[in-house]
Design a binder for this molecule. Structure first.
Ligand code: SF4
Length: 398
């Protein structure tokens, strides 16, 4: 007797080579299975677009492997069986960005311009100034060393020029903070330009004056904390002075287990609540391999909504929507790639350049070995570590 097998709209079925994966984005359950020749016609039929996750089956004619697969689908609630003819279908949604990009390629019209402006939501500005040291700005928000720095007026002109109501966040990454007035006059204008403003300041740059100004500004300040003597002394002094009342947030950079242990101890000793650990690659492959790369257990604990899985398939969640201004006046979508323009360019041109060149915003896991892996869309979007390490995957699986 004919029946109908339907996958739930929250179920993803991914097939690669000899491996298959079922994932339910509501229950977050996932089950791998051997994608053998015997399952090919059943699984391909389920994935055929016109079938809408729905296929007819005749249970008495299924092979043993197909029975096992259908049983897995029903038992683990990836789908259900109903009588023929079916009254229900599933339809996975698609993100509209793909349409906008196609439209843009066909016709760079005014309305498309308006549409793409909404993609730019975050601006990050590296003020520059002397800060000799490692090039960690390629991995995280970290001071950028340059002989010259952007003047207040240059930053404000850039913001005026690129202004749009879609910009929700402005990050300012300081190198050397020489003028206190610079901080005060800048902050008022920044707050008018975006709902959220974040100052990134290296802990070594803190002085009593700067701390007291920063605490009064009603702006989120994140202290970049590095495990080296001068920074540790500055940080300890700061924490002692502000014991139990931390006006700032903290980004603790980690290059080894020793550093991690040190920060953990500090966090508990000073009861720090708002902090992040940021792994930094600095010829410490063994540390990355052990503590940063995803392993099977990490991937098994992934719990992503359908929306995020689809986002992974279309855009880079780490980079999408952000443009970065470096002190030389060039604008980047990714500081590890060539610039997409300069601070005098219109926001439309900058966004269009990025959408055409795709240095960051739509960089997804579509390269080997990820393109051949069933976890392709469950793994996080590629980040800077892949570029720094020169590999496409950040896991111990391949
Ligand atoms: S990083 Fe790539 S290869 Fe590794 S598990 Fe994720 S998708 Fe697969």
């Amino acid at each position: 007797m004919k029946q109908v097998l339907i996958l739930f709209p929250d179920t993803f079925l991914w097939l690669k080579d000899n491996t298959g994966l079922l994932y339910n984005a509501k229950s977050f359950k996932k089950d791998g299975f051997n994608y053998t020749t015997a399952l090919r016609s059943l699984c391909s039929a389920l994935l055929f677009v016109d079938n809408l996750y729905t296929i007819e089956i005749e249970p008495e004619n299924l092979t043993a492997e197909e029975v096992k697969f259908v049983d897995l689908v029903i038992r683990k609630k990836y789908g259900f069986i109903t009588e023929h003819p079916a009254k229900a279908y599933s339809l996975p949604p698609v993100l509209s960005i793909q349409n906008d990009i196609k439209k843009m390629e066909l016709n760079l019209s005014r309305s498309v311009n308006e549409n793409i402006l909404k993609y730019l939501t975050t601006l990050t500005i590296y003020t520059g100034g002397r800060f000799p040291g490692p090039l960690y700005y390629r991995q995280t928000y970290y001071p950028f060393h340059s002989e010259s720095r952007l003047e207040n007026s240059e930053i404000l002109n850039f913001l005026d020029h690129i202004h749009s109501r879609y910009i929700k966040k402005i990050n300012i990454v300081f190198s050397r903070i020489e003028a206190i007035n610079f901080l005060i006059s800048l902050s008022g204008k920044l707050k008018a330009a975006a709902p959220k403003v974040v100052y990134y300041c290296h802990v070594r740059e803190l002085s009593d004056n700067i701390t007291s100004i920063l605490t009064q500004l009603d702006i989120t300040t994140i202290l970049i904390c590095e495990y080296e003597p001068a920074s540790l002394t500055a940080l300890r002094d700061f924490l002692e002075y502000h014991r139990g009342l931390h006006p700032f947030e903290f980004n603790f950079l980690i290059r080894s287990q020793t550093e991690y242990n040190y920060w953990e101890h500090l966090v508990s000793q000073y009861e720090i609540k708002l902090y992040k650990y940021i792994p930094i690659y600095d010829n410490n492959y063994a540390f990355f391999n052990r503590f940063v790369f995803l392993n099977k257990e990490d991937i098994n604990s992934v719990a992503l909504s359908k929306r995020i899985v689809f986002a992974h398939q279309s855009v880079n969640i780490n980079f999408f929507g952000e443009l970065i201004l470096l002190p030389d006046g060039l604008v980047y979508s990714n500081v590890n790639k060539p610039p997409i323009g300069c601070m005098q360019d219109s926001p439309y041109d900058l966004i269009k350049n990025e959408l055409h060149k795709n240095y960051a915003w739509r960089v997804i896991r579509d390269q080997e070995p990820c393109s051949e892996c069933v976890y392709q869309w469950l793994c996080p979007s590629p980040g800077q570590y892949e570029l720094i390490l020169g590999k496409n995957n950040l896991c111990t699986l391949k």
